[in-house]
Design a protein around this ligand. Structure first.
Ligand code: ATP
Ligand code: MG
Ligand code: FE
Length: 332
């Protein structure tokens, strides 16, 4: 079974060929980071234009590398949402054109389902499971009783983790996207700055990161006003420690309460070394099996979309030619 998968929800143009929902035959990712860097974030208009320019080439490359032709495909899958509407539309229209021209089933995939199913490219999933989703636009704990069933048991009430990383990085004068830079600097610093942890209500699995972000910005401001200096490495280490402590503690409580077989880490911030290490330390020798995707499958890519699509192919959950980009698509 072969699926051609396409991902264009944000600033990565990507196409992949996935075999049997688990084997990556190809996964081409063209990042636009360089084009957006000077603006300090993703500019939607620029993203759409890049996708238009790249999409045909990237799909051809993915097919070529996997040595498949359109007649070998069982389905074409594409990220339907959430994401930037103009960016989503490029992928959706490319997928529709291929599905129509070659008369193959079309599958619309939720981007976050893709991030979660990136783990299926590492190891088979066993249910029930919990997924800790940490990305540029999402921070949630998702309970899955079976394939394709998603229940959000906790989510951020303000900023996503990746968003907080990028905003703090920007304040520190680091280039976009700032997550990886803070991660690197955190390793060299000390957790010497006292920063808040937002635990919210005792039984809540929700998160809040905007207070932490503001605390970092205020601390930097006060230090400057007093004419003192603070090591940027220490800011990074202290910020990252606060984020990780809350993420790991809430995940631990969720794992205990839901008695799951597996715990999956998913999303762009899953690339964070500090978080990976903390989760391995916490769950490495516990009865719940911890799955963490390799770095290349954490940030946006089409392989993860193909993995999620394989479940929908099994259920014949196909889209019609009226499939549209849906920036506010719900996971549940
Ligand atoms: P979403 O998946 O919610 O729609 P997105 O697709 O824009 O959002 P991803 O590509 O999944 O986001 O992840 C990008 C985010 O991951 C950015 O905020 C980036 O800073 C962050 N990130 C990447 N690597 C790291 C790292 N090592 N440490 C912390 N954050 C990281
Ligand atoms: Mg991106
Ligand atoms: Fe993403």
């Amino acid at each position: 079974e072969l699926i051609l998968a396409i991902e264009t929800s944000c600033d990565e143009t990507s196409a992949a060929i996935i075999e049997n929902g688990k084997t990556i035959r190809s996964n081409i990712v063209s990042s636009q980071i360089e084009s957006h860097k000077r603006f300090g974030g993703v500019v939607p208009e620029i993203a759409s234009r890049h996708h238009v320019e790249q999409i045909t080439l990237i799909i051809e490359q993915a097919m070529e590398e996997a040595k498949v032709t359109f007649s070998d495909l069982d389905a074409v899958a594409v990220t339907e949402g959430p994401g930037l509407v103009g960016a989503l539309l490029i992928g959706v229209n490319a997928a529709k054109a291929i599905a129509f021209a070659h008369d193959i089933p079309l599958i619309g995939v939720h981007h976050i389902a893709g991030h979660i199913y990136a783990n299926q490219l590492v190891q088979p999933l066993s249910f029930p499971l919990l997924a800790l989703v940490v990305s540029g636009g999402h921070t949630e704990i998702v309970y899955m009783s079976e394939d394709g069933s998603f229940e959000i048991i906790g989510e951020t009430r303000d900023d996503a983790v990746g968003e907080a990383y990028d905003k703090v990085a920007r304040t520190l004068g680091l280039p976009y996207p700032g997550g990886p830079h803070i991660d690197r600097l955190a390793k060299e610093g000390n957790e010497s700055i006292s920063l808040p942890r937002a635990w919210l209500e005792p039984d809540s699995f929700d998160f809040s990161f905007s207070g932490l972000k503001s605390a970092v910005i205020n601390t930097l401001h006060n230090v400057k006003q007093r004419g003192e200096e603070v090591k940027i490495e220490d800011v990074a280490a202290s910020f990252q420690a606060s984020v990780i402590e809350v993420l790991v503690e809430k995940t631990k409580r969720a794992v205990n309460q839901y008695e799951v077989k597996q715990l999956l880490l998913a999303g762009g911030v899953a690339a964070n070394r500090g978080l990976r290490e903390a989760l391995e330390k916490e769950f490495g020798s516990s009865t719940v099996e911890l799955l963490i995707p390799p770095l290349s499958l954490c940030t946006d890519n089409a392989a993860m979309i193909g993995a999620a699509a394989s479940i929908q192919l099994k259920k014949k959950n196909f889209a019609g030619y009226d499939l549209n980009g849906n920036p506010g698509l719900e996971l549940e």
